[in-house]
Design a protein around this ligand. Sequence first.
Ligand code: SAM
Length: 216
Amino acid sequence: APKPGWTDVEHWLTETVVKPGPEHERALQTAVERGMPAIEVQPTAGKLLHLLVRMSQARRVLEIGTLAGYSTIWMAQALPDDGHLDTLEYLPEHAEIARANVAAAGLDNRVEVHVGTALETLPTLEGPYDFVFIDADKQNNTNYLQWAVRLGRPGTVVVLDNAVWEGALLDPEVDETNTPGIIAALELLGEPPFDATVVQTVGSKGWDGFALAVVR
Ligand code: SAM
């Protein structure tokens, strides 16, 4: 289990370095009020996504797994005025809450929330996307990576959340639902056309990590 110190340090870093705005707090708060699971990325990771979008000078972003729009807001804020973000969510009530949070953040002109299972929505989208963030049902991770390549271009940045999952990759029997999809995704990321690594994280979301990749 993570040491309490890790979460304390995360809170300190959030207040001192990340400095979330009221629009970020609103997205977290509505999620709690509406009884959604607290499975959004932590603030330090939201800011990491924001910086990665900016560092890669992405103009078109694809997100798979919206929830209340928390990571959506962080990424959309990193886009230029003519940028666009498509985010995919299969629960209509999550999509509705996310739309309200995105609008409250003044980002509704750049963000489209698509309702439906991602595998049904993906074929309706047109690439190329510069940046893809995958954070939905882990069983479909490899399908989503393949779609990221199909809707991407050489140089597209791909970020996959929950790559470490409390170390489950070494102990698949602990979570037989999600772990196979996580392991399969990491194996795929180890091969062309991906160039990838994984950053392990600890803190309020336990022991986890991000896979970071670029499409060759
Ligand atoms: N990216 C969000 C954030 O950090 O703020 C968190 C996303 S949450 C971990 C995963 C979301 O994916 C949930 O809202 C869930 O309803 C949605 N989801 C699960 N399976 C899906 C599917 N097959 N297609 C689209 N969305 C799906």
